[in-house]
Design a protein around this ligand. Structure first.
Ligand code: PGA
Length: 265
């Protein structure tokens, strides 16, 4: 645990990879791994695979994340899955991932409805925020993140915000091999807490868990999670193989062990 008592979160986003059979086979390998007490691990299979993967992982401490869901509870919404349908299958749901925002044109308003619907259904939303390359080059990162947060969280109470996970994922760093300098990621994480503090107060700002995502690998993982302002990582490409993913979990455990030894010294 960190000084503030938060576990480090290492979340894998499998995106549109793996058939159901492949997902189950990979989940079976993951279920055999021992998850350290100081780290929370969760993975996001494709929608078809969530139920069988969650069955396989039910014997382990690894949780399941839905990559997406719609905000209406039920009805004539062909192709969609609702938040209540995720109950008992997924603990978390990704909302506002940059691929949803940019490839599927999800607006801040839709994201806001999805966050509220997840909370209503007791599925924990992971709200993704982050700037594009053009926005970064024009020094608009803080404003973009501010706007995405303000709108994404606006239907929630301070207590609900405190239980949220926010993922800072600069769009230009996702799947590109380019990653944010850890100092920049730490600065944006601090900005996220200050926006939340100004809207909801200091308690939710301290309690909310903030992840970094964007070309995370076992080589760069420690540089992010060694900061107490960053609670974990959302890992895409490197979550698709045990050989790449588990060293990231091990890196988080090492950071936690070092911190708790320092705390005792
Ligand atoms: P990446 O993806 O690690 O492949 O950059 C991260 C994400 O999209 O969550």
């Amino acid at each position: 645990m960190t000084v503030s008592g938060r576990k480090k979160l290492i979340f894998g986003n499998w995106k549109m990879h793996f058939s159901v059979k492949q997902s189950v086979a990979f989940a079976t390998k993951l279920a055999d791994k021992e998850v350290p007490d100081s780290v929370e691990v969760a993975v996001a299979p494709n929608t078809l695979a969530i139920a069988p993967v969650s069955d396989v992982l039910s014997v382990s401490k690894i949780a399941t994340i839905s990559q997406n869901a719609y905000y209406k509870d039920e009805g004539a919404f062909t192709g969609e899955v609702s938040m209540p349908m995720l109950r008992g299958v997924a603990k978390y749901v990704l909302v506002g991932h940059s691929e949803r925002r940019h490839v599927f044109h999800e607006s801040n308003e839709l994201v806001r409805h999805k966050v509220a619907a997840a909370v209503r259904s007791s599925i924990k939303p992971i709200l993704c925020v982050g700037e594009t390359l053009v926005e970064r080059e024009h020094f608009h990162t803080k404003q973009v993140v501010h706007d995405q947060l303000t709108s994404g969280l606006c239907d929630l109470t301070a207590e609900e915000v405190a239980r949220m996970v926010i993922a800072y994922e600069p769009v230009w760093a996702i799947g590109t091999g380019k990653y944010a300098h850890p100092d920049d990621a730490v600065k944006v994480a601090a900005h996220i807490r200050s926006v939340i503090a100004s809207l909801y107060g200091h308690e939710p700002a301290n309690k909310v868990r903030i992840l970094y995502g964007g070309s995370v690998s076992s080589e760069n993982a420690t540089s992010y999670i060694s900061s107490s302002g960053i609670d974990g990582l959302l890992v895409g490409g490197a979550s698709l193989s045990l050989a790449k993913f588990w060293p990231i979990v091990a890196a988080a455990q090492k950071v936690q062990t070092t911190k708790s030894n320092e705390g005792r010294a």
